[in-house]
Design a protein around this ligand. Structure first.
Ligand code: GLU
Length: 308
């Protein structure tokens, strides 16, 4: 997102949708923004399907997502990857964190956490019940990462300097779930870290996830990407459009209209004359006129219908 050009070989961005439903107008903004940032830097752009949460998956969603990306001209520079295929790598990272003493077994349920957790900005903070050993009669359910006085500071390319004290924002967090699967922070941190992905462009709703993911990368000795968190699309009532809330899927029969609207929402002011242009023409225009600085400091974009 910076004006300083990143050499082609060093930029690798990604779009990482979860297959919990088809793409909607909000997820298109993330895809378009990360794609244009990669193109602007002559970088590579990858698509990774974050299929690490089988209970939340919707059958057919990953195919629908891939089809939507294709008809919208969002062509990745390598075959689409699947996070589930990297489970061994995620489990190895958990084993390494454990062997270095960063994790502890936790017997608490979500209900325990709701009852006893301290209120935090992103949900209840872990009260420390199992931090120094499982209390008698408790069985290990999850593995948590011990967060002490870790602070984090980084420069978000769109949101500016971010400073956090992790104990106050996330607390001890889960890296292996009660069903034995790696948790989102762990999988994302490992797959984005180590120089594989150099730039992460994603929604502002995930800004709070960046410090714990950077912490995991630090503890594992992996480099962290540059982050940019773009505003999220919200409805008239201020609620984020999301697959879980049943946001309307993108209409793949009118990709050019969807793209024009996405560019408009992203404050790029596409000319009205391009409203009926082809997908290829729109991309050509967008690539040469991309001005991400117009999104700087913005956290939300209100969806005001299709005629914006
Ligand atoms: N898979 C996550 C989602 O769809 C996004 C992950 C990310 O961009 O880090 O919400």
């Amino acid at each position: 997102m910076t004006d300083t050009e990143t050499p082609a070989a060093t930029y690798c961005g990604r779009f990482a949708p979860s297959p919990t439903g088809p793409l909607h107008a909000g997820s298109l903004l993330s895809a378009v923004c990360s794609y244009l940032d990669a193109r602007r830097h002559n970088g590579r752009w990858l698509v990774r399907i974050d299929d690490i949460d089988p209970p939340r998956e919707m059958p057919g969603a990953s195919d629908a997502i891939r089809r939507s990306l294709e008809v919208h001209g969002l062509q990745p520079d390598a075959a689409v990857s699947f996070q589930s295929a990297c489970r061994d790598r995620h489990l190895a990272a958990i084993a390494e964190l454990r062997s270095r003493g960063h994790l502890f077994d936790c017997g608490c349920s979500r209900r325990d956490l709701r009852r006893h957790g301290r209120p935090g900005p992103n949900g209840p903070l872990y009260p420390g019940t199992c931090r120094h050993g499982l209390p008698a009669g408790r069985e290990a359910r999850t593995l948590r990462l011990r967060v002490d006085q870790e602070r984090d500071s980084f420069d978000d390319q769109l949101q500016g300097p971010i400073r956090t004290c992790l104990a106050e924002t996330v607390g001890d967090f889960i890296v292996r779930r009660s069903d034995g699967l790696p948790a989102y922070h762990l999988a994302a941190a490992v797959d984005d870290g180590g120089g594989h992905i150099t730039h992460v462009v994603r929604g502002h709703d995930l800004l709070w996830c960046t410090p714990p993911q950077r912490l995991i990368q630090r503890l594992l000795g992996l480099s962290s990407p540059v982050y940019a968190h773009l505003p999220v699309l919200v409805d008239q009532h201020g609620f984020k459009l999301s697959k879980q809330q049943g946001a309307a899927p993108l209409d793949d029969r009118k990709p050019a209209a969807n793209l024009w609207l996405a560019l408009q929402r992203l404050r790029q002011a596409p000319p009205a004359a391009l409203r009926r242009a082809s997908v290829a023409t729109l991309w050509q225009w967008a690539r040469s006129h991309w001005q991400p600085e117009r999104l700087r400091g913005l956290e939300r974009i209100v969806e005001t219908g299709t005629g914006e």
